[in-house]
Design a protein around this ligand. Structure first.
Ligand code: BGP
Length: 471
């Protein structure tokens, strides 16, 4: 069966600064959180690879842009590396060399007919701000972020029309302060929530600035809400899913789209003694400045059930008190990443945005399949025959196109990632790209079969999907 891809439906690809650029030209004191974590705990990074060389995009971006041109890609999202953008974060002294790199990248993309979309923070918070202000714990950092945003808008806003404040703002503090599984392993639930609030506030302030400056374009945020499915119809399982959704999804979706945190969330935070410090004025800024649009990253469904055991009262509060993860027997899996594959979640997310969030304009800003040992699939010419990736994209895109048919305001699909790149800890273990990166000194690049397939769907605007038959 053939599904038509609407002419204005974006088929793009994404990446981020720290996962591609490498440290070439990086100056003393310009470490981001990720750089510092890598330096502190290199042993947790797969085979020792990390942000140091990454894909050497800083030097080789033109090669990637050439591939984009070759396949007719129309949209590419990456980030500005905040830690490299300044030589003095408090006085906002721009690093002209790095800023020029972003200029050059934007110009190269535009020359190749690719629209650049820029995110201001994809985990690249400067280590300096972490050490001096305890990162997003501080309201100073909120103000410094707003100043950074203004400088970026002034410098690139003539050519960049689609902006995002953060990529997956919940992630770093969840891993570091809530789960405490990442360096520096500080368990601090209140800090977790304070960081969430300050990122919400920073977004609202940057949205306000963008509109006050009457910038040409739009400003949003990239979230990773997980479509949360309860194990069963039981009241206890339904409640577990409801609370998971409250703590990890609605904590951003509600204030940023509807202008206010859910009352129920505030009450639970208060009850658990982890309500964030805030003022009425901050809540008013959030209320008055919802985002223009959303990017949604969606890789896997989240299945939960009611907790099976009593909470250990000696441990600090964690929302896990209210749920246990649930593994559906028989589920389809990406075994390299340990993530369930469930394309229906695309449709379900789209309907939720339509029904609960006013059908705000949005697009999938990440979805993709990381596979280990892709060299196994290289043919005689060295081209990775990644049919599994083509199937994965096809299934997810197909569910999204159904949602568009049913009135979803979804505007597009952007694959993670354009080229293979570095993941936190997994580094180059799982490959995501349409373009393969060899780990030789040159970081040699080669288009995969999925790259050619992507070219075809971009050109023809048709998705061939298999009919489901009884076998
Ligand atoms: C998203 C991040 C990306 C990217 C992707 C793939 O959560 O925004 O930066 O890394 O996940 O996941 P992973 O790298 O963990 O395999």
């Amino acid at each position: 069966m053939k599904k038509r891809i609407p002419a204005d439906f974006v088929i793009g690809a994404a990446s981020s600064a720290w996962q591609t650029e490498g440290w070439m030209g990086k100056k003393e004191g310009q470490d981001s959180y990720l750089d510092s974590w890598y330096k502190q705990e290199r042993f947790v990074w797969h085979e020792g690879y990390g942000p140091a060389v990454a894909t050497n995009f800083y030097e080789k971006f033109q090669d990637d842009v050439d591939f984009m041109k070759e396949i007719g890609l129309t949209h590419y999202r990456t980030s500005i590396n905040w830690a490299r953008f300044f030589t003095d974060y408090e006085n906002c002294v721009v690093d002209e060399d790095y800023a020029q790199h972003i200029d050059d990248l934007i110009d190269a993309l535009l020359d190749a007919g690719v629209e650049p979309m820029l995110c201001l923070e994809h985990y690249e918070m400067p280590t300096f701000l972490q050490e001096k202000y305890d990162g997003w714990s501080s309201k100073e950092v909120v103000e410094l972020f707003v100043r950074y945003a203004e400088i970026a808008f002034d410098r690139y806003g003539d050519r960049v029309k689609q902006w995002f404040t953060f990529n997956e703002p919940v992630v770093i503090q969840t891993r570091v302060y809530l789960d405490a599984i990442r360096w520096p392993h500080e368990q601090n639930t209140k800090k977790w929530m304070q960081w969430n609030h300050h990122k919400v506030l920073a977004t609202a302030k940057v949205v306000r600035l963008f509109h006050e400056k009457e910038m040409d374009g739009r400003i949003g945020i990239i979230l990773n809400p997980e479509v949360t499915y309860p194990r069963s119809s039981s009241e206890a399982d339904q409640k577990a899913a409801h609370l998971y959704d409250l703590f990890f999804n609605r904590v951003y979706l509600d204030p940023l789209v509807k202008g206010a945190y859910p009352e129920e969330l505030l009450e639970l935070l208060e009850k658990q003694g982890v309500l964030f410090d805030h003022t009425e004025e901050e809540l008013a800024v959030i209320k008055d400045n919802p985002v223009d649009f959303l990017g949604i990253n969606l890789y896997y469904p989240k299945r939960v059930q009611a907790p099976r055991y009593e909470w250990n009262k000696d441990t600090p509060f964690h929302p896990e008190m209210y749920y246990d993860p649930f593994e559906l027997p028989g589920r389809r899996m990406n075994k390299s990443r340990g993530w369930e594959i469930y394309p229906q979640m695309m449709y379900d997310m789209a309907m939720r945005i339509k029904e609960e969030y006013g059908n705000i304009p949005w697009l999938i800003t990440e979805n993709g399949m990381g596979i280990e040992g892709e060299e196994r699939f290289q043919d005689d010419q060295g081209m990775v025959q990644d049919d599994y990736r083509i199937d994965y994209i096809r299934d997810h895109l197909s569910a999204l196109l159904d949602a568009v048919e049913d009135g979803s305001s979804c505007e597009g699909y952007m694959l993670w990632a354009f080229t293979d790149c570095v993941s936190p800890m997994n580094a180059f273990k799982n490959r995501y790209g349409l373009v393969r990166i060899e780990l030789d000194e040159e970081r040699t690049r080669k288009l995969k079969k999925s790259g050619l397939w992507y070219k075809e769907i971009i050109e023809n605007r048709v998705l061939e999907v298999e009919e489901i038959t009884d076998k």
